[in-house]
Design a binder for this molecule. Structure first.
Ligand code: PRP
Ligand code: URA
Length: 209
């Protein structure tokens, strides 16, 4: 499990608690997801390489660091992952955005892919897959499979809330992928929902319930 990173920052924990509250409405829920994505992205991108470039300050010429030319792709898993995109783009405005459509069958909980469009030169990019929920792990495993099948190599994933069952399954399937988790919850219930969780992330972001 060495490729799994659990967030410790109290601001992330505070905002996740507000997300969980059933009284939190759609508008606030969306803002919280965006803010948490930005805080988690800050942690997840802490190992980005930099290179020194010349810069002329009002005082003198110097060589100072900027992010090295590696291209980035943010890939939300539809629908709920869409809520995390703006937070990541606030950190890296030049990133391209791909999309993977997945839905879980309500009875079997098995994910089904219905859409996949990734930016060009995906093999050269750092790819950050975002989805607020990692429950059984099926959706994220299949999304990373789909990205690898299309040439993606350098992949990180960010999930706001995860169940232990999903983390274990994901790390078995993709031991090479770094996984960033906002909070590890207790377990899954009989409907494969995360406990205590926050309910259905897609419905709460888009107000479809
Ligand atoms: C949710 C969530 C994840 C998936 C997690 O999406 O956003 O993609 O479930 O569950 P898993 O780990 O058991 O696969 P859902 O299928 O409800 O689709 P939606 O985002 O369109 O509502
Ligand atoms: N998908 C969600 O949106 N919530 C869960 O608890 C599990 C899967």
């Amino acid at each position: 499990m060495s490729n799994v990173f659990y967030m410790k920052h109290p601001l992330i924990k505070h905002k996740i608690t507000k997300l969980r509250d059933e009284k939190t409405g759609t508008n606030e829920f969306r803002s919280l997801v965006e803010e948490i994505a930005m805080l988690m992205g800050y942690e997840a991108l802490a190992d980005l390489e930099t290179e020194n470039v010349p810069v002329k300050t009002p005082i003198e010429e110097s060589k100072e660091p900027v992010i090295a030319g590696r291209k980035m792709a943010i890939v939300p898993i539809l629908r709920a992952g869409l809520g995390m995109v703006s937070g990541m783009l606030a950190l890296v405005p030049s990133a391209k955005v791909g999309h993977i459509g997945m839905y879980r069958d309500e009875e079997t909980h098995i994910p089904h892919e219905y859409y996949c469009k990734l930016p060009p030169h995906i093999d050269e990019r750092l790819i950050v897959v975002v989805d607020p929920m990692l429950a059984t792990g099926g959706s994220l495993i299949d999304a990373v499979d789909a990205i690898k099948k299309r040439g993606g190599k350098n992949i990180k994933c960010m999930c706001i809330i995860a169940a232990p069952e999903g983390v274990e399954k994901f790390t078995e399937a993709h031991p090479d992928v770094q996984l960033y988790i906002g909070n590890l919850d207790r377990c899954l219930n009989e409907n494969a929902y995360i406990c205590p969780g926050l309910g259905d992330a897609g419905d709460r972001i888009f107000g479809t319930k």
